[in-house]
Write a protein that binds this ligand. Structure first.
Ligand SMILES: Cc1cc2nc3c(=O)[nH]c(=O)nc-3n(C[C@H](O)[C@H](O)[C@H](O)COP(=O)(O)OP(=O)(O)OC[C@H]3O[C@@H](n4cnc5c(N)ncnc54)[C@H](O)[C@@H]3O)c2cc1C
Ligand SMILES: *[C@@H]1O[C@H](CO)[C@@H](O)[C@H](O)[C@H]1NC(C)=O
Ligand SMILES: *[C@@H]1O[C@H](CO)[C@@H](O)[C@H](O)[C@H]1NC(C)=O
Ligand SMILES: *[C@@H]1O[C@H](CO)[C@@H](O)[C@H](O)[C@H]1NC(C)=O
Ligand SMILES: *[C@@H]1O[C@H](CO)[C@@H](O)[C@H](O)[C@H]1NC(C)=O
Length: 626
């Protein structure tokens, strides 16, 4: 028989548990509320002057390392992790940002707000003439992450590799079969720990890894719009698939790199757990301004950086690996004398190697402005209820969208197995934060989102674009942001915009299905001010609409592309070594020779794994190569 004392303790225990639970929920609640408030008011920098050293600084020695990695972002973090597995190698990582505090950034649901934080660079394009026209000053926001983990600290955690054809095409461009899908699949699998809990949706396990450090969750979404999207596709004859298998076309439930519903940034997974390695040193708040290259031998030797007001020089004995992302990598190269000869000379930078750095910036044109009114309401749970779910690893806060589905399509496409369009739909009630994130002007925002109604929005993404822009230096001052000219939808034959137009037609078809009809959809957008001269909803109108509402997908790639011919724009060879320079490799989104029909962080992981593997093979070879 239970004694009175026992009952008493049990009671105390239960009350205590409930109390602890409540205070935990409160703690998360204020974390979120403060995060939202901070994001609203956060002023992103328009330059990098915060890193400028005090005047007349002498250059301090920072020591000598086998490898110096510039940028601990998505690719850089993997490379740091893998190279430091070799105890004999000393590895220095220089990262401009901080380690993640794993605070507000942990919630995938709030990802657009994470671009308004210390983990974000604040880049934007120069004024545009072919897209991003519905924004303040006609500029595209170019959000890029800053900190150990890089852009994986602020992105949408979607795990989408792209189509095998994309990589087979890379292999062709690089004239190196090691980049073919067949050969890189092992690198995708190596980082992944696939958690397949949604058995309703087909998955092809032979294409997934289960021993990697990065958790990829494929959950059972609890929000009914996920099924609506999938059913609407089925009505149009479009089946359900695992978009990370070679059969990418179709609709799918999202695969997200989260652990128990929390963001898993690449730094927290691949760097932080290994900081006890004696041979690995990660220096944060370290802003690289230049790579020192010997002019005669054309060999990269040193890295100059500023840290807390001081200037330092680190020496690389074996190699320097530049992984500062598609915007900063070309900037650092050009500041170091590698880039288009004439433009470097014009800025007063003595050129060392004439290469078309920054000559081919590509991104996924994205429009989120197809908005429909609906009689469905946002879930009525309170924030506290959402947090209780989150603490169980489920619910609204664990995914970037409420509706956890997307589709890949090949529209009007000569290549009919690889997608050229991606569509994601969600229930939204846009806020000032979304306006700030995209940079909308008042009138564009009002024409679409100003109605304060629940609405179902469709984002259309051109995942096989042809247009490209450029990245140039503004000046020789390393503390200025570079000039980014996105030039989305600027291809001569208007193929990119036509693909987007085909996607609009598909969205309207989807909204006509029984699945969506039940939600009483009605197109909500009003004619845009700057497109009023055109007949509403005609092809001409939609083209005008697309130039106003298409923004970048925040997927910049290709600014130092891999290839064989420097004359034709290649900056690195298939081994990712900078053409004509010794001991310098690039490994991040800059080297993509073409965009992939996926979300680029996953390809960045693969690039990091591959280059680390090859560096190991090269330097650890038992017999020298003849
Ligand atoms: C809002 C948003 C949503 C996105 N959603 C997704 C998604 O859902 N799924 C997906 O796969 N991709 C997504 N992406 C894109 C993806 O995250 C990036 O393409 C990818 O992470 C880029 O990796 P990287 O290694 O090339 O560069 P990064 O991860 O950006 O790393 C570069 C690192 O270098 C550092 N650095 C830069 N300059 C210097 C310097 N001078 N000195 C020292 N360090 C420097 C940076 O601080 C950064 O840490 C999204 C991006 C954004 C902005
Ligand atoms: C590491 O160094 C030790 C001692 O110098 C040497 O015996 C060993 O072969 C080295 N290992 C590698 C992998 O280079
Ligand atoms: C890093 O964090 C410190 C302490 O919070 C802060 O003062 C500093 O500004 C941060 N640095 C960067 C580059 O964000
Ligand atoms: C799609 O095909 C039609 C008819 O063949 C053509 O008029 C249109 O330009 C094509 N669109 C795209 C995006 O290629
Ligand atoms: C929404 O409208 C449709 C069509 O009028 C109706 O069938 C459905 O029940 C409504 N749903 C809600 C939640 O009101």
């Amino acid at each position: 028989m239970m004694s009175v004392k026992c009952v008493y303790f049990l009671l105390i225990f239960t009350i205590r548990q409930a109390f602890c639970e409540t205070s935990k929920v409160r703690w998360y609640e204020s974390l979120i509320q403060e995060g939202i408030e901070k994001a609203k008011n956060y002023q992103l920098p328009s330059d990098a002057k915060m890193y400028e050293p005090r005047e007349n600084q002498k250059i301090n020695e920072y020591g000598s390392y086998d490898y110096v990695i510039i940028g601990s972002g998505t690719s850089g973090s993997i490379i740091a992790s893998r190279l430091s597995e070799i105890e004999n190698w000393s590895v220095l990582v220089l990262e401009a940002g901080n380690f993640s505090d794993n605070g507000f950034v942990q919630f995938p649901r709030y990802f657009p707000m994470h671009s308004s934080s210390q983990y974000s660079w604040g880049y934007e394009s120069v004024p545009q003439s072919t897209a991003c026209l519905g924004t303040v000053n006609k500029v595209c926001k170019i959000h890029q992450g800053k900190g150990v983990g890089g852009t994986s600290l602020i992105n949408g955690v979607l795990y989408v590799r792209g189509h095998p054809d994309n990589y087979d095409n890379w292999a062709k461009i690089a004239e190196d079969p090691s980049w073919s899908y067949r050969n890189i699949l092992k690198y995708f699998k190596k980082t992944e720990k696939f958690l397949w809990t949604n058995k309703k949706v087909p998955v092809d396990l032979q294409y997934h890894g289960n021993e990697g450090l990065l958790h990829v969750q494929h959950k059972v979404p609890n929000f009914f719009l996920t099924d609506v999207f999938i059913n609407a596709n089925k009505e149009l004859g479009i089946g359900v698939t695992d978009y990370n298998s070679p059969k990418q076309l179709g609709s799918s439930v999202l695969q997200l790199y989260t652990k128990n519903g929390a963001r898993e940034d690449i730094g927290s997974v691949f760097v932080t757990p290994f900081l006890n390695r004696k041979n690995l040193k990660v220096s944060t708040e370290s802003y690289v301004t230049k790579i020192g290259i010997n002019r005669l031998t054309k060999t990269a030797n040193t890295v100059i950086f500023s840290k807390k007001g001081n200037t330092f020089k680190a020496t690389a004995k074996k190699e320097i690996i530049l992984a500062a992302g598609a915007v900063s990598t070309p900037q650092i190269l050009m500041l170091s004398g590698i880039g288009p000869k004439n433009s470097l000379e014009n800025l007063g930078i003595p050129p060392i190697q004439d290469l078309k750095v920054g000559g081919k910036l590509m991104d996924h044109p994205t429009s989120k402005a197809l908005i429909f009114s609906t009689n469905v309401s946002l879930p009525s749970e309170t924030l506290q209820e959402q947090i209780r779910d989150y603490l169980q690893g489920i619910g609204t806060l664990t995914a970037p969208t409420l509706s956890q589905a997307l589709g890949f399509y090949s529209l009007n496409n000569t290549n009919n197995v690889a997608p050229n369009v991606e569509i994601i739909s969600d229930l939204t009630q846009p806020t000032e934060i979304d306006k700030k994130f995209s940079g909308w002007s008042d009138d564009t925002y009002k024409a679409y989102w100003g109605k304060n109604e629940n609405s179902i929005g469709f984002a259309i993404i051109n995942v096989a674009p042809k247009s490209f822009g450029t990245i140039k230096l503004k000046s020789r001052d390393p503390y200025e942001h570079p000039l980014i000219d996105s030039k989305l939808l600027s291809d001569e034959n208007n193929e990119d915009i036509d693909v987007m137009y085909e996607a609009i037609k598909l969205v309207f078809k989807l909204t006509q299905t029984q699945a969506y009809k039940r939600l009483n959809l009605r197109y909500l957008g009003e004619p845009l001010t700057r497109c009023r001269h055109l007949k509403f909803k005609t092809k001409e109108y939609w083209r005008c609409f697309l130039r106003q509402t298409t923004l970048t997908g925040y997927h910049p790639v290709g600014t130092c592309p891999m290839g064989v011919d420097a004359e034709k724009g290649a900056v690195v060879g298939s081994d990712l070594k900078v053409i004509g320079i010794e001991k310098l490799r690039i490994a991040d989104a800059s080297v993509f020779p073409t965009p992939v029909a996926g979300h680029p962080s996953v390809a960045c992981l693969m690039v990091g794994e591959k280059v680390a593997d090859e560096i190991k093979n090269e330097h650890l070879e038992v017999c020298p190569r003849y």
